[in-house]
Design a protein around this ligand. Structure first.
Ligand code: ZN
Length: 282
């Protein structure tokens, strides 16, 4: 009977796209590992192991330094301040979980109001953000938040949500430098290398919230008054209201809930501030 024959052939053919999609999802799930954040307890999947992620972060960092070579600030008070705050926050981050990063920071002379931290702990600060951070505690707010994106492996989480991971894991592409510019740009954007490389994959609300939370704990633990985080975000918001949205906000959208959430975490941060900085001598 012809009808039977038709059914016999039509059935599997119609299923092919679905099978491919299921296969792709299963491949992603089996090649991904689950990580639990030591600070917040949130569990998420990532598509890269720490070595792959750090290699990629290091390559992206080299690319940024290459692209901005003429604007790199080598020494001076700005570099000293940025390095000091980074070192204190790095120590604070290592207090919980298994965070052994080779932290490094570059300062770029630019009016851009921006800063970011790549996977593996490579940080870039644009001098344009310093008038907004105003002081060490303001800078600790930004760097704590950025370092939390890295320690929480948000870049790898974002990459996992794209098909780029498969290309990377397939070993087809060697390094970032050898990739075609479009792909390189997409990966740089996913890793969070600033608006210069595109903003096609902004951090999710959940990741932003987690970075705010952990960043607040890092700064408090490092000895900076966590209340300064509220003041910093208010200054940032004031810039936006004046009509000039800072690059930092276009990459990290400002939510009306942000300050409210920070206030909610404030008692926890204050506790850490006292525990790590004013504990009575044993
Ligand atoms: Zn962020």
């Amino acid at each position: 009977m012809p009808i039977k024959l038709e059914r016999k052939h039509a059935f599997p053919i119609a299923l092919v796209p679905l099978m491919l999609a299921v296969g792709f999802i299963l491949f992603k799930l089996f090649t991904a590992s689950k990580v639990t954040n030591p600070e917040t307890g949130r569990t998420h999947r990532i598509g890269l192991n720490p070595e792959q992620e750090q290699k990629l972060g290091l390559e992206a960092y080299a690319q940024v330094r290459h692209d901005e070579a003429s604007k790199l600030v080598q020494s001076g008070s700005e570099v000293e301040l940025v390095k000091l705050v980074t070192a204190k926050l790095a120590k604070a981050a290592a207090r919980k979980g298994d965070i052994h990063y080779d932290w490094e920071v570059s300062v770029i002379r630019s009016a851009e109001v921006n800063a970011f931290c790549l996977p593996g702990g490579k940080i870039v600060v644009y001098t344009g953000i310093l008038p907004v951070t105003q002081h060490a505690a303001g800078l600790a707010t930004v760097l704590g938040h950025e370092m939390a994106h890295a320690t929480s492996r948000h870049g790898a989480e974002r990459l996992f949500r794209t098909e780029i991971t498969q290309t990377l894991l397939g070993g087809v592409q060697g390094s970032l430098a050898q990739m075609d510019p479009v792909k390189r740009q997409a990966i740089m954007a996913a890793l969070g290398a600033g608006t210069k490389y595109g903003n096609t994959l902004p951090f999710s609300r959940e990741q932003e919230s987690e970075a705010d939370h952990i960043g607040l704990l890092y700064m408090a633990r490092a000895g900076y008054d966590p209340q300064e985080a509220v003041a910093f975000w208010q200054r940032m918001d004031a810039q936006r209201r004046k009509g000039s949205t800072p690059e930092y906000l276009s990459d990290h959208p400002s939510h009306s809930t942000r300050i409210g959430q920070i206030e909610k975490w404030m008692p926890e941060a204050q506790k850490e501030f006292v525990q790590y900085n004013h504990a009575p001598a044993a």
